[in-house]
Design a protein around this ligand. Structure first.
Ligand SMILES: [Zn+2]
Ligand SMILES: [Zn+2]
Length: 216
């Protein structure tokens, strides 16, 4: 069974998730920690729970989701997996960081390109990859059918959806991703978004004002 721990990091309060199972292996999704205190928060958790980080994943490469990648990669000597369409974002990352008041000393490049055909494995656990563009190119969601949760990045939030006014944003494509990839999951699937509190697929289908059933 997967244990999921959420940290809200950096001025954007971006959710970094540490997923672990009974094997002790863990993966880190969207490493967004900034500064000594936030770095200590996640490494203390990993140490206290005797976890072994084996991989980092990206839901997408907006700056708030990537600023801690180099720290984690160096600290644990692990690789970064993401969709190849994230590459252009990483190439411009230094510039984005300073314009958003974030510190990025070094950009961690992607080691492994993943898409819907990839199987994410750690310990005894597996995650399915869902390709969900629309908020940003290369957006992926990570789904566990056995533990009934999905990590949605900035695609779907508790009663909101990702903005589409940034580079590579596409409103119609985002709606398509949500309806075809997320709203086809079981209603009791827990949703862990890139910002804010968790929710469920069933709740969002009925209550999300941007995508609820019966609305445009
Ligand atoms: Zn984003
Ligand atoms: Zn974000």
């Amino acid at each position: 069974m997967i244990t999921l721990k959420r940290f809200a990091f950096n001025p954007f309060q971006m959710n970094t998730y540490v997923l672990s199972d009974e094997s002790g292996e863990c993966i880190i999704i969207d490493a967004g920690m900034q500064g000594d205190d936030e770095e200590a928060e996640i490494t203390n958790y990993i140490t206290a729970n005797n976890l072994k980080p084996v991989m980092m994943l990206l839901t997408h490469a907006h700056i708030d989701h990537i600023v801690g990648n180099s720290f984690i990669a160096d600290r644990y000597n692990i690789s970064l997996s993401a969709h190849k369409d994230c590459v252009p974002f990483l190439e411009g990352a230094d510039g984005y960081a300073s314009s958003f008041g974030l510190t990025l000393e070094k950009v961690k490049t992607i080691d492994n390109y993943i898409d819907e055909n990839s199987n994410i494995k750690f310990g005894n656990s597996k995650l399915k990859v869902l390709f969900t563009p629309g908020h940003a190119s290369g957006s992926l969601c990570f789904y566990s059918p056995t533990d009934k949760f999905v990590i949605t990045g900035d695609v779907l939030f508790n009663q909101s959806i990702g903005r589409t006014d940034l580079k590579t944003g596409d409103y119609d494509l985002l709606q398509k991703s949500i309806w075809e990839k997320l709203f086809t999951l079981p209603d009791d699937t827990e949703v862990f978004p890139g910002h804010g509190a968790e929710t469920t697929i069933g709740y969002e289908k009925v209550n999300n004002p941007f995508v609820a059933i019966g609305r445009e």
